[in-house]
Ligand binder design. Sequence first.
Ligand SMILES: C[S@@+](CC[C@H](N)C(=O)[O-])C[C@H]1O[C@@H](n2cnc3c(N)ncnc32)[C@H](O)[C@@H]1O
Length: 432
Amino acid sequence: MSAIDDIVVADVFDLAAQRVEAATGLTFAGLRRRQFDAALERMAGALGLPGAAACASWLLAGPWDDALSALCARFLTVGETYFLREPRAFDLVCDQARALLARGTVRPLRIWSAGCCTGEEPYSIALALRRDVPQLPPERVDILATDLNDAFLDVARAGVYPRWSFRRTDPAELAPFIQSLGDGRFEVDATLRAQVRFAQLNLASGTYPSAMDVIVCRNVLMYFGPDQAARVVARLRAALVDGGWLVVNASEASTRLFQGFTPVYLEDAVFFRKDALPAPAPVPVESAPAAARPAPAPRPEPLPAAAPTAPVAPDDAAMARVHALAQAGGREEALQCLRRAVEAEALSAPLQQRAALFALEQGDPALARHCVRRLLYLEPDSAFGHYLWALIEDAAGRRPRARSLLRDCRRLAGAADAELGGAAAAWLERMS
Ligand SMILES: C[S@@+](CC[C@H](N)C(=O)[O-])C[C@H]1O[C@@H](n2cnc3c(N)ncnc32)[C@H](O)[C@@H]1O
């Protein structure tokens, strides 16, 4: 193939990727581009086309329709999910069910699993409600589960799963809601299956439902480019009742993307509560993130502050870059950028604090520890620094150390930061 042929083929791939992104929201910029090329190769095999380049040309020829989006979804999305994944989300749903009952509301609790994959997530929601809030009758629970990929939805509707779908739980403990078929597979009980409505919905272009109490949209936004993600979040917000909750994966959480929400940070999760007021106009994703101080968390082990208690320079360009990279799906690049900022701003306590929090959210405890150490070197009496350190120690299983740090946090917070002191005290109580 000549150099010109190479350029033409590269252009065809680029154009096909752009067309797929426009139709489905799935972005293949940067490192993901290789996945796109590999997926086209597989798609070509399935369609009987001679190769990935022919498949790219085929995607560019003729009008686009939903069937093409569904076909792309089959090859371009990843079905990574399992039962009771990141269980705090299910605690939140159960809390909302209890709140509904306490209010004496007669309408059903409405939950939407957006990007439900093969169904483990919505069935986990149904299961958690039946198991943990048995006083709420199943007919008062309305669970909608949607995905772009209709092949995933077929699996979901069948409700039969391999042991791998229960990789963080023992399916035997989920009886009678999950039953062994005796051949290594497990079936979701028919009454639980009847509680979940599955439907195909493209989050990039489809019609969203409305009046949801909780939307669980985890590990989906990461497929989208920053603009598409912002549009989807705004539409998810519109689909919630006032005060409703949006649950995303902690690594997808950014106060900038979630305009019109109040973030509530827990020890290992972040939830977004829809504010009653209209959402402000979306902020361009390239601008500096507005670090918001979240409301007190409703669950145990709250992390009561997302923002530094010390003043933060509003034009903190380093953190803006870090967040922009993370939002574009570049976790590793974001962490690299953060490491550079941490060293460049070694004497900035606010930056070290924000960096520690970001590293924790991104699952890099070593970097978080490094930043917390710096922070406490610069501000030995930082109550929030002690709280962050307690989180790191607790996550590493060093409970006595975490307890001692929490006691220091409570003492240092004193009356000046009663919310933080209260959170530390509450956590200590639960630990004892
Ligand atoms: C990694 S799975 C997440 C499953 C589940 N939410 C969880 O966290 O366990 C991502 C899902 O998002 C779906 N998805 C990707 N783009 C989508 C779109 N534009 N509209 C709807 N679903 C989409 C994929 O098909 C896939 O099932």
